[in-house]
Design a binder for this molecule. Structure first.
Ligand SMILES: Cc1cc2nc3c(=O)[nH]c(=O)nc-3n(C[C@H](O)[C@H](O)[C@H](O)COP(=O)(O)OP(=O)(O)OC[C@H]3O[C@@H](n4cnc5c(N)ncnc54)[C@H](O)[C@@H]3O)c2cc1C
Length: 416
């Protein structure tokens, strides 16, 4: 049983892909690690948000992300073909239930203490530079959680914001990107369906006022993930906006399903197997860290001495409203520096996953889940190393890199 009033070495807030990997990595190194999650399963967007496939692991046919995340997914598909499609440099499509189980199993095997059903709502500072404890609430009421080092893996950068660290949120530029509620449709007769391109064409011809969409085949034959809803112009940090988005997107899901059933061969006896329990949030806060990774770094495949992960996902900015947005593939991978996951303000806080320090273009690339696996592992090992140092910013990045390489990470750029 998890004890909440103990002093942990590392406390990770947020059990998405990045947070789960961070907790596994810190615990595996020997840190007493607590993983706090407001819902009741791990995987975040990748499971509760039904976001699949898990991309992008490589470029030009070469892997640029390795490490424990890649191994977990390779082993998942080797165990059971209905758990995930084949691993590739693009990335596999996983069954969300298998992925939840696998992440939870790996976390528990690594001796991570998991605390579900708990929201972190604030922090108490020891001095302007250090977090003393987290303020949390659950059905138990209000309570405090203490650790030596904290990892903000909330996606929204909640902990950094509570600690007063400045952030960018693009409401005044291109805008926070629109939200999407994903769904899985099952009972599709794959002997009758045309290929995915043809389904997309049929969708475009018949979608009427529905949004452009994308289908990704599920590892279970006869099922597919659908990304066909959009809630533009809303703020992912406001409960009222999130409510409006959920209601609107759920309605859109049913309209889309009826159209698909009516117009796409093979969908006649299909049904909605699941609409995601968690709304798909693309962008909220981008925390300002010691180094803000920017569009030029990403476009030019920049390398950094303090590299802790690489990424090569396309720049993919969804519009805040219905028009605009930007999408382009990269020519080579870029490095993500350690300075982008630590801040100038707080000495015992590391961030990981989609809230790390980046401009909107860089964020739209690195927010994907393959970099999330790598960034999580890096943050977890960095937190473990930091437990015996006074400041997360003064650890030996060389030691961190050596540990990452030991677990199979790829830090050097691919040869051109
Ligand atoms: C519609 C959509 C399509 C996408 N398509 C793709 C794709 O095709 N391929 C791809 O790789 N990526 C895709 N992405 C991006 C990707 O899914 C996410 O950016 C990524 O999963 C973020 O991972 P994370 O671990 O940083 O955050 P999350 O997955 O958001 O995890 C954060 C976790 O923290 C918890 N949490 C948050 N706040 C608190 C709090 N205060 N207290 C306690 N717990 C808290 C949440 O419940 C959640 O479990 C897509 C995203 C969306 C929305």
């Amino acid at each position: 049983m998890v004890k909440i009033n103990e002093q942990y070495d590392v406390v990770v807030i947020g059990g998405g892909i990045a947070g789960t990997m961070a907790a596994i990595a810190a615990a595996r190194e020997g840190s007493r690690t607590l993983l706090v999650e407001r819902y009741s399963a791990l995987g975040g967007m990748g499971t509760l948000g039904l976001v699949q496939p898990i991309t992008t692991w490589g470029i030009n046919g070469r892997y640029i992300i390795g490490g424990t995340g890649k191994r977990i997914l390779e082993e998942l598909v080797a165990e059971d073909k209905s758990a995930a499609t084949k691993m590739s440099t693009y990335g596999p499509c996983c069954d969300a239930e298998y992925l939840k189980m696998e992440l939870e199993k790996r976390a528990l095997e690594s001796k991570v203490s998991i605390l579900y059903h708990t929201w972190v709502r604030g922090v108490k500072l020891e001095n302007p530079e250090r977090i003393r404890c987290l303020l949390a609430f659950s059905k138990d009421g209000d309570f405090e959680i203490s650790g030596k080092v904290y990892i903000d893996a909330t996606g929204d950068g909640d902990i950094c914001a509570f600690a007063g660290i400045p952030f960018d949120s693009s409401e005044n530029e291109l805008g926070q990107q629109s939200m999407t509620l994903m769904m899985v449709i099952s009972g599709i007769d794959r002997n009758k369906t045309p290929d995915s391109d043809c389904i997309h064409t049929i969708w475009d011809r018949h979608r009427g006022s529905c949004h452009k969409g994308a289908l990704f085949w599920h590892p279970r034959r006869g099922s597919a993930y659908f990304n066909v809803t959009k809630a533009p112009g809303l703020n992912g940090l406001k409960a009222s906006d999130l409510t409006e988005a959920a209601i609107s997107c759920r309605r859109q899901s049913w309209v889309a399903y009826e159209l698909l059933k009516q117009h796409v061969p093979g969908f006649e006896n299909s049904y909605i197997a699941e609409i995601a329990p968690a709304l798909g949030i693309r962008e909220t806060r981008r925390i300002i860290g010691q180094y803000t990774l920017c569009r030029e770094d990403v476009d030019n495949g920049r390398h950094f001495e303090d590299v802790i992960a690489r990424a090569a996902c396309p720049v993919d900015i969804h519009p805040r409203n219905n028009d605009g947005g930007e999408y382009y593939a990269l020519k080579k991978s870029y490095a993500i520096p350690y300075r982008s996951i630590v801040t100038n303000r707080i000495s015992n806080l590391i961030m990981t996953g989609r809230c790390i320090s980046s401009d909107q273009a860089a964020h739209s690339s690195l927010r994907r889940m393959a970099p999330g696996f790598a960034l999580g592992e890096a943050a977890g090992i960095a937190a473990h190393i930091s437990t015996s140092s006074k400041d997360v910013r003064s650890i030996s990045v060389k030691d961190l890199q050596e540990a990452l390489l030991h677990y199979g990470a790829i830090l050097e750029p691919e040869e051109s």
